[in-house]
Ligand binder design. Structure first.
Ligand SMILES: NC(=O)C1=CN([C@@H]2O[C@H](COP(=O)(O)OP(=O)(O)OC[C@H]3O[C@@H](n4cnc5c(N)ncnc54)[C@H](OP(=O)(O)O)[C@@H]3O)[C@@H](O)[C@H]2O)C=CC1
Ligand SMILES: C=C(O[C@H]1[C@H](O)[C@@H](CO)O[C@H](OP(=O)(O)OP(=O)(O)OC[C@H]2O[C@@H](n3ccc(=O)[nH]c3=O)[C@H](O)[C@@H]2O)[C@@H]1NC(C)=O)C(=O)O
Length: 321
């Protein structure tokens, strides 16, 4: 979540004004349920969708000048939005370029579909992003979460990451400056981060990449409920355990709260049906945590991210100017 600052950005004023005029900032009209794979979430106060860096800087600057907090949303495949919506600005990232810098080196806009990138790289004979096929997020989301599957993770093939800071500065961070962990990236704790804007991946040639990818995809299709509305794994795997295995052994497959249900196919995937609220999903998550803790003494930790409607409980989201 990004709090407003008062610092001014460094793009030229007239160009900035032009871009801002082109930006369509919508108020009170966008439902977050349309932006999340769970299909959950009320209205946001401000919404803007953008497709290039200049627009992004302009939107961040607009939020700062008007003291509006903002979030960056990619495909919404890892977020639980609130039924009450969000009292700030939701910036939908559609920065989608792909540049082949040299053989096996791809510089990609953060709004590019991670799934699509994974398929393209394998088709072109490069290894490292086989696991991305079937992952429903963006490149920015994947770097931010250090997405992974089948023994590979995003960080393994990152060469550098370009970001915009909350005061509108551009920075390129090289691999050596970045320290990643399991579902953990430095971006999650970077106080001055506004958004990841592009990622450069360095892959290695491999004639068998495509075949490996197809095997992984087939496994994913067998073991995950891809046809239903989910946010992928709800919990991180505790060290030495699989969250799905623990939830299944606690007898919770098919367990339901309102419109939220633990998948019968993979117990770490929680499914939302048409009438599911964020309250149902939160209650289900909390109950599953409690039951797994009682049975195994293990505290599950969320992989998904909660986006709260307001900064404080007493805030009414429609009071914001
Ligand atoms: N392995 C698997 O099978 C699956 C993996 N996933 C992973 O979950 C992640 C979700 O991606 P996506 O749907 O695009 O993300 P989301 O739109 O769900 O955003 C998730 C969070 O990531 C942050 N974020 C997203 N894009 C950016 C960006 N460009 N710059 C900075 N922060 C960003 C936002 O943080 P903030 O709120 O602070 O702005 C946001 O809260 C991916 O890593 C995806 O691979 C999801 C489902 C299945
Ligand atoms: C879906 C995500 O990533 C997934 C990724 O797709 C897969 C494939 O590599 O591996 C992780 O799942 P996972 O650890 O549950 O992997 P799986 O191979 O499905 O299951 C591991 C073990 O748990 C068992 N298992 C799984 C689900 C279940 O309901 N019951 C069960 O017993 C499986 O039989 C297997 O022995 C990632 N999840 C996490 C939290 O690390 C995501 O991050 O959103």
């Amino acid at each position: 979540m990004h709090q407003p600052t008062t610092t001014i950005t460094n793009i030229h004023k007239t160009a900035e004004e032009q871009v801002r005029n082109d930006l369509q900032i919508i108020r009170h009209k966008k439902l977050l349920s349309e932006l999340s794979t769970w299909g959950i979430g009320g209205p946001c106060n401000y919404f803007v969708q953008l497709s290039n860096l200049t627009q992004l800087i302009s939107a961040v600057r607009y939020c700062n000048e008007h003291s509006i907090r903002f979030i960056i949303v990619g495909k919404g495949s890892n977020c639980l939005f609130d039924d009450h919506g969000f009292d700030g600005c939701v910036i939908l990232n559609q920065i989608r370029f792909l540049e082949r810098v040299q053989p096996g080196v791809y510089r990609v806009g953060s709004g590019y579909a991670f799934n699509r990138l994974g398929v393209q790289c394998c088709n072109e004979g490069y290894s490292g992003l086989e696991f991305a096929a079937g992952i429903p997020g963006t490149v920015g989301g994947a770097a931010y979460m250090n997405a992974g599957a089948n023994g590979q993770e995003t960080a393994d093939v990152i060469d550098s990451v370009e970001i915009v800071t909350v005061d509108g500065r551009l920075k390129t961070l090289n691999r050596e400056e970045l320290s990643f962990g399991y579902r953990k990236s430095p971006f999650q704790e970077m106080e001055d981060l506004a958004a990841v804007t592009a990622v450069t991946f360095r892959l290695i040639p491999s004639v068998s990449a495509k075949e490996r990818q197809q095997t992984m995809l087939a496994k994913r299709k067998m073991s995950q409920p891809l046809a239903q509305r989910s946010a992928g794994s709800v919990f991180r795997n505790p060290l030495g355990f699989s969250a799905g295995d623990l939830i299944e052994k606690a007898g919770l497959k098919g367990f339901r709260v309102g419109g939220a249900k633990v998948s019968e196919i993979h117990a770490n995937f929680f499914i939302s049906s048409g009438n599911c609220t964020s309250r149902d999903m939160r209650e289900l998550i909390n109950l599953v945590k409690e039951k797994v803790n009682v049975k195994f003494g293990i505290q599950l930790k969320e992989e998904i991210r909660y986006v709260d409607a307001c900064n404080s409980i007493n805030c009414n989201i429609y009071d914001i100017p």
